[in-house]
Ligand binder design. Structure first.
Ligand code: GDP
Length: 294
């Protein structure tokens, strides 16, 4: 069994507890507007879970005109496993070319969630905690086919040191396969960006191979579409229609959507959750302990 939420890899006891309780999962999408973030999220969760933008809840703290933080909640059931999903979108980000600080509210949001969780942990009464720590951050890169923008590099550096960063090349259908490969290499070559690494080795060979395939596809090239279209050979698929044919969302020869979906909501969701707790939250906590010593 290669699908499922990944709980099969856990020792039995933990498995039971987790399966009963379900889990909270917070996914953040970052990138210039118009890159297909909303479409992608809707494609990922198949059913449209997202309300129109102006109806969604806004993060109270935000005052910055350039970036809004938008929070959408939904419940997912993957193979009888309950997931309370929160999607954090950041519309408007990067729209103002001159605003070099447009990433600030995003980074602050991530830090704020760690801070808030830390404070709750320090309370003597252990009530159920409000927890919006971001477990995975999909960073959408404009498919220019040229070099990565310095701003993209700068933001990804800052994100990667705080959160499980997963770079994504948006609208993969707009690049030729050769240009896409070249562009991927450009992204990989960018220095000092810490990207999420999923565990590779597993007890069974199939999973190990699957994990290797997933990691080899990073940065994931994605195609999003909320429409079903008919391919020239008569299949009804999610995709984008062109005069030359159909760019299919779930065709691995066309893009990495399936691998990314597997990573995020099937095989490695729990790893994303536990590494957030054990690495990113812990880093934050330690850095705060140090700065607060006087
Ligand atoms: P957001 O501002 O990043 O949330 O972007 P939207 O999801 O609103 O999409 C912006 C536009 O890009 C819409 O017209 C979408 O139909 C289109 N779009 C979304 N995903 C893709 C894709 O994978 N390929 C192409 N060619 N267009 C896309």
């Amino acid at each position: 069994p290669t699908s499922g939420i990944g709980i099969a890899d856990l020792p039995n006891q933990r498995h039971k507890i987790v399966a009963k309780r379900g889990t909270n999962f917070t996914l953040m999408v970052v990138g210039e507007s118009g890159l297909g973030k909303t479409t992608f999220i809707n494609t990922l969760f198949t059913t449209t879970i997202k309300e129109k933008k102006n109806q969604a809840k806004r993060h109270a703290k935000q005052t910055d005109k350039t970036v809004e933080i938008e929070i959408t909640k939904a419940e997912l059931e993957e193979k009888k496993f309950n997931v309370k999903l929160t999607v954090i979108d950041t519309p408007g980000f990067g729209d103002y070319v001159n605003n070099r600080d447009s990433w600030l509210p995003i980074v602050e949001f991530i830090d704020d969630q760690h801070e808030s969780y830390m404070r709750q942990e320090q309370q003597p009464l252990r009530k159920e905690k409000l927890d919006l720590r971001v477990h995975a951050c999909l960073y959408f890169i404009r498919p220019t086919g040229h070099t990565l923008k310095p701003l993209d590099i700068e933001i990804m550096k800052r994100l990667g040191s705080r959160v499980n960063l997963i770079p994504v090349i948006a609208k993969a259908d707009t690049l030729t396969p050769a240009d896409l490969e070249k562009f991927k290499r450009q992204v990989i070559a960018a220095q000092n960006i810490q990207v999420y690494q999923c565990p590779i080795e597993s007890d069974d060979e199939t999973s190990t191979k699957r994990n290797m395939n997933i990691m080899a596809a990073m940065p994931f090239a994605v195609i999003g579409s909320d429409q079903d279209v008919v391919t020239p050979d008569g299949r009804k698929v999610k995709g984008r229609q062109y005069s030359w044919g159909v760019a299919e969302v779930e065709n691995e020869d066309h893009c990495d959507f399936k691998k990314l979906r597997s990573l995020v909501i099937r095989t490695h969701m729990l790893d994303l959750v536990s590494t957030t707790e054990e690495i990113h939250y812990e880093n934050y906590r330690q850095s705060q302990m140090e700065t607060r010593k006087f």
